[in-house]
Ligand binder design. Structure first.
Ligand SMILES: C[S@@+](CC[C@H](N)C(=O)[O-])C[C@H]1O[C@@H](n2cnc3c(N)ncnc32)[C@H](O)[C@@H]1O
Length: 241
């Protein structure tokens, strides 16, 4: 899948994605991020790759909310349905530089295929963030292979597992569903080693100030007695020399 194909895929599904019955984004990950951020009234908050605007809509502090997503379909959906969002962008070159108190990047790292594009995104976010601002990343936990969580499962089975772990990415599928789901969404993601992501964040000018593994709902895998954290959150500040 090329970068344009990936953006195109998300543009086709905004309604289904936003209204999916299976909603671990809204019930687990988004609240965990909001809890960490402690957003102040009047803060300027940008959700980069924010899709249907579900995260910004959940923030109930009076602040300025900006949504950027390269998919026109997602932005059109958000404009029609997310009345708490102040401004919408489909091009990140139009966003004001050195402007935002908080920038979030949620469930975007794993949909990006090429390291060059991820590197470009981190550098862009550095330019957009105020010097004392906070950059927060939320993503599917990268440490587990095929696994079942309360509202989604990951599937590496169609891929050959011979792969250069430290230098490459491995495609896999994410299926948003539960055993009883009437609807589901499946899409390709790209697994890369966590050291690549963390070192890239640092080389793009950030320091990592918090790493949190978010626990799942009370859910047991069919044949295992322990619970895996489905999500990883990374909080960063700018390195200012
Ligand atoms: C899994 S959705 C996540 C949406 C939202 N952040 C959330 O947590 O619900 C992935 C989003 O990444 C966006 N995306 C894809 N490629 C991107 C890129 N190169 N830069 C920024 N966003 C991108 C897609 O358009 C899509 O809205």
């Amino acid at each position: 899948m090329s970068n344009n194909d990936i953006i195109g895929f998300w543009g086709e599904t905004p309604e289904k994605y936003a209204n999916l019955e299976v909603e671990n984004r809204k019930t687990i990950l988004f609240p965990a991020i909001i809890d960490i951020l402690k957003i102040r009234q009047g803060a300027k908050l940008l959700d980069y790759g924010g899709g249907d605007g579900g995260f910004l809509d959940l923030v109930n502090v009076k602040c300025e909310k900006y949504l950027y997503d390269p998919s026109n379909g997602m932005i059109d959906f958000a404009k029609a349905n997310r009345k708490t969002i102040n401004r919408f962008y489909t091009e990140d070159s139009k966003l004001p530089l050195l402007y935002f108190n908080v920038i979030s990047l949620i469930h975007v790292v794993t949909v990006i295929k090429e390291n060059e594009e991820l590197n470009r995104i981190f550098k862009k976010i550095w330019q957009l963030l105020l010097d004392d601002g906070t950059f927060i990343i939320g993503m599917t936990h990268p440490a587990f292979k095929n696994n079942f969580f309360s509202t989604f499962h990951t599937d590496f089975s169609t891929q050959k597992l011979k792969f250069d772990y430290l230098n490459s990415h491995l495609p896999y599928f994410v299926h948003l569903d539960t055993e009883n789901s009437k609807e589901h969404i499946s899409f390709e993601c790209y697994h890369r080693p966590i050291s690549i992501v963390l070192n890239m964040i640092i080389s793009c000018g950030f320091m990592i100030t918090k790493v949190i593994e978010v626990p799942d709902k009370d859910f047991k895998n069919q044949d295992k007695e322990f619970l895996f954290p489905p999500f990883l959150i990374i909080e960063c500040k700018k390195q200012i020399i």
